[in-house]
Ligand binder design. Structure first.
Ligand code: GLU
Length: 414
């Protein structure tokens, strides 16, 4: 069956609504974003030509607090995909129990084909077009695919210039020099491994020496691999968009990263066998961490997965049929909205630090991150046990249920 990110997100909402016996009106409200803004981003290229890119910011629901969510730069992005991702952000923030609603932004752009100056102009123009809908108490962007701390510094500066005063709390994931939090960059990947630790206890999996395969070696994948190695796992395979590498006795993620920085690819790293991204998914390992894109685990490879646990570091890497197939095979799957909520949780810590004009040490951020992730996992796990469901259903019920309760107590205006 053909899936889109939006059809999957809506099917997930339906499932939660059915299980929660959700009021039909609230279900309808949550099926659509509160606001979708489409903009046309005109910039001058370095060679003097003008080019135009499409951008969007979708604000799903903000009943638990201001909108929050990343901005991704990706050539094939569609408004429906951003709508789906904004919905996932709403559930994610509710599961993490942080006071935000969900949003997501996207610009149709191949960031690899633009120069740094061109990317800066795109970012600044994009922010200027949506500035009235942003703000520390309205909507707080953050990094996502192919955007990073530098992009967020441009967001902060553009917002601040347009307001006429410095507003570090208008965006998270900034460089530390301008109010970014210690530990924000690593937080999503580290958070994934906090979940893996919790889940491993439930399925009696010893993580010391356990083999781990990570698909995607961007910010999330690299830090997940690094955090896994830190707790004694053997990272046997990693990959990026160009392909992957395998070494049975384990890889050192930091060395692989410096190889990738030098050569542009993880492939060709010493004493490794090159593998494809497809082979990575089917690698012999105990824990599989898809940390790249949507729809990587599908009905054509779900039955070939050998891992005992799948931790979804990416958003939406597993199709619904594959999800079902993994569940039937007894593979423990930690869903995206739980597994990767460490990023937005650390964003919340950054926002709190900015609002209170504080700067916390790394140890404090990491300790609080572990506390939040552990609590989120326990809440989801407890609900799944009670409902005799998988963790994804438990996570959706927890997230959607918390948001629905907020709507109930706030009421409908006017
Ligand atoms: N883009 C990240 C996510 O999908 C982080 C969002 C944030 O920090 O606001 O969760």
């Amino acid at each position: 069956m053909e899936h889109t990110a939006l059809s999957v997100a809506l099917a997930q909402l339906n499932l939660a609504a059915q299980k929660l016996e959700l009021n039909a009106g609230i279900h309808k409200m949550l099926s659509q974003p509160k606001r979708s803004i489409m903009v046309s981003i005109d910039i001058r290229l370095d060679n003097g030509d003008i080019d135009v890119f499409n951008g969007v910011r979708v604000q799903h629901w903000d009943v638990r607090g201001p909108f929050k969510g990343g901005i991704r730069y990706y050539p094939g992005i569609t408004i429906d995909e951003v709508k789906a991702l904004s919905m996932l952000m709403t559930w994610k923030c509710a599961i993490a129990d942080i006071p935000y609603g969900g949003a997501k932004g996207g610009v149709c752009i191949d960031s690899k084909k633009l120069t740094k100056q061109e990317l800066e102009r795109v970012t600044r123009r994009y922010v200027s077009l949506i500035v009235d809908y942003l703000g520390p108490h309205r909507d707080i962007p953050a990094p996502d695919m192919y955007t990073d701390a530098q992009t967020m510094a441009w967001v902060m500066d553009t917002y601040s210039q347009l307001k006429g005063y410095s507003v570090p709390e208008c965006v998270t994931g900034k460089p530390v020099e301008v109010g970014g939090s210690e530990g924000r960059t690593e937080a999503t990947g580290r958070g994934v491994i906090h979940c893996v630790k919790q889940a491993a206890q439930n399925i009696d999996l010893k993580l010391k020496g356990a083999s781990v395969a990570v698909q995607g070696f961007g910010n999330v994948g690299y830090h997940a691999a690094q955090a896994a190695a830190e707790i004694g796992c053997k990272v046997v395979a990693v990959s990026d968009s160009t392909g992957g590498i395998y070494r049975a006795d384990g890889l050192n993620p930091t060395q692989v990263l410096s190889h990738k920085e030098k050569t542009g690819s993880v492939q060709g790293f010493k004493d490794c066998r090159n593998i494809t991204n497809q082979e990575l998914i089917e690698t012999q390992c105990e824990v599989l961490i898809p940390a790249a894109m949507e729809n990587q685990i599908t009905c054509s490879n779900a039955d070939k997965i050998k891992a005992r646990m799948v931790a979804e570091a990416a958003n939406g890497p597993t199709t619904p049929e594959a999800d079902q197939a993994l569940h039937e095979r007894g593979i423990c799957l930690i869903p995206d909205i739980l597994a990767n909520c460490g990023g937005v949780t650390a964003s919340y810590f950054e926002w709190v630090q900015n609002l209170t004009r504080e700067h916390w040490p790394l140890q404090k951020v990491n300790r609080k991150l572990e506390e939040k992730m552990t609590k989120a996992f326990e809440d989801v796990h407890a609900l799944s046990q009670k409902e005799e469901s998988d963790l994804r259903t438990g996570a959706l019920m927890l997230g959607v249920g918390r948001v629905a309760n907020a709507i109930k107590v706030l009421g409908i205006w006017p």
